[in-house]
Design a protein around this ligand. Structure first.
Ligand code: HEM
Length: 361
């Protein structure tokens, strides 16, 4: 065993074979183009490795504190890798469009669109086939080799990370607790009352704002009432189901109620790991959107408004995916219902105590 054989370097370093070289006139930047794609594929592989371990942990029947800690570490590692994925674009952008055009036509019809690992990451996270933007009338995996298509179909048949996190959150016991003494604690009632107070104060402020025109006043009160209705639906199965059927939500209602509870009371010791998990999922979602946007802008810089080598509209398609291919948008939407920390209804003492760790000698 030595460094080179352990890392299988002869194969790894022998895998950069510019097509332009084979054609007899090597384009200098094709080497960078290949290395950067290969580096991406290696990081995609590592992300799939981490997501696989998160899925195994969440897929188990019970999730204890140390399992959750491992899952959080793996998710946070994915986030760090994604920062690299975004910043690697800077390196590729040192290539100019003319240098790219030197070898671009030799690549047709190959395209990053055919990255099977990228599709597996999207699928594993929870991007659904129906949610994907189409182009050219075909499905995103039509041009992949049969075994890659089968692997993606197999992943689609399994619960995604979003499904698993949704189930885990929905099982959280804190949002509605039966107590030994006194009435059951109902988070939704306590929180709706606090939010009602804030909304009524906002309504009074809008009514008393002499600078607003009648139309502005109506628009602002309308927006407040609408966000109130959305909050009511978060605590009501039938109203929530109607909104979810219109595509407003992707996770189950009970999961989102628990997520809101975690965001609000995240200072409680028992909620700190769940909070880190939710934050890592939001970081992932935001960084994929950022990568999509940076990649779209990079593509625009390289090829302007030309169509892609894989046949899409190019920039327009890529940019739209940044908006459309989100996975954890629900968690972001919960911020609509947040109130200042100072207005948060205090948790009953026994519930708080049940969320603290106690060390005994
Ligand atoms: C000169 C640099 C690049 C240009 C001009 C470019 C352009 C494009 C275009 C136009 C598409 C849309 C599909 C098509 O019509 O081909 C695409 C898709 C894609 N590219 Fe790139 N790309 C570049 C570099 C990269 C790199 C370094 C990666 C890293 C793996 C990458 C990964 C992808 C992926 C994953 C997709 C599919 C995106 C989706 O469908 O959401 N691309 N690229």
């Amino acid at each position: 065993m030595d460094y080179s054989s352990y890392l299988d370097l002869p194969r790894l370093l022998g895998a950069q074979n510019p097509v332009s070289r084979a054609r007899g006139a090597e384009a200098h930047d094709e080497h960078l183009f290949i290395v950067i794609h290969q580096a991406y594929e290696l990081w995609f592989k590592q992300i799939l490795h981490e997501l696989g371990s998160v899925a195994r942990i969440f897929g188990g029947r019970a999730l204890d504190e140390s399992d959750l800690s491992q899952a959080v570490n793996a998710a946070e590692r994915c986030v760090k890798i994604q920062h690299l994925l975004v910043s690697q674009i800077d390196v590729l952008e040192t290539m100019t469009p003319m240098d790219f055009l030197e070898f671009r036509d030799l690549l047709v019809p190959a395209s990053g669109f055919q990255s099977a690992q990228f599709r597996m990451i999207e699928t594993r996270l929870g991007l659904k086939r129906a949610q994907r933007l189409g182009f050219d009338g075909g499905a995103f995996d039509d041009d992949l080799p049969a075994d890659d298509r089968a692997a993606i179909r197999a992943l689609e048949a399994m619960p995604s990370l979003r499904d698993e996190v949704g189930e885990w959150l929905a099982r959280m016991p804190f949002a509605e607790v039966t107590r030994k003494d006194g009435p059951a604690y109902d988070f939704s009632a306590a929180y709706t009352a606090a939010l009602d107070r804030i909304l009524s104060e906002d309504m009074v402020r809008i009514a008393g704002n002499a600078r607003l025109t009648e139309a502005q006043r109506e628009a602002q009160t309308g927006a407040l009432t609408a966000s109130h209705r959305r909050l009511d639906a978060l605590f009501d199965d039938a109203a929530f189901a109607a909104q979810a059927a219109n595509g407003a939500w992707g996770m189950p209602r009970a999961a989102l109620e628990a997520a809101l509870f975690i965001f609000l009371y995240r200072d409680e010791p028992a909620l700190q790991l769940p909070f880190r998990m939710l934050r890592a999922l939001m970081d992932m979602d935001e960084l994929w959107a950022l990568w999509r946007l940076r990649h779209a802008l990079m593509a625009e810089r390289m090829i302007g408004r030309r169509t892609g080598t894989g046949g899409s509209s190019g920039y327009g398609y890529l940019r739209a995916t940044a908006e459309q291919h989100r996975i954890f948008g629900d968690l972001f939407a919960l911020a609509t219902f947040m109130i200042p920390r100072s207005a948060l209804p205090p948790l009953p003492g026994d519930i708080r105590r049940s969320m603290r760790f106690r060390y005994e000698r």
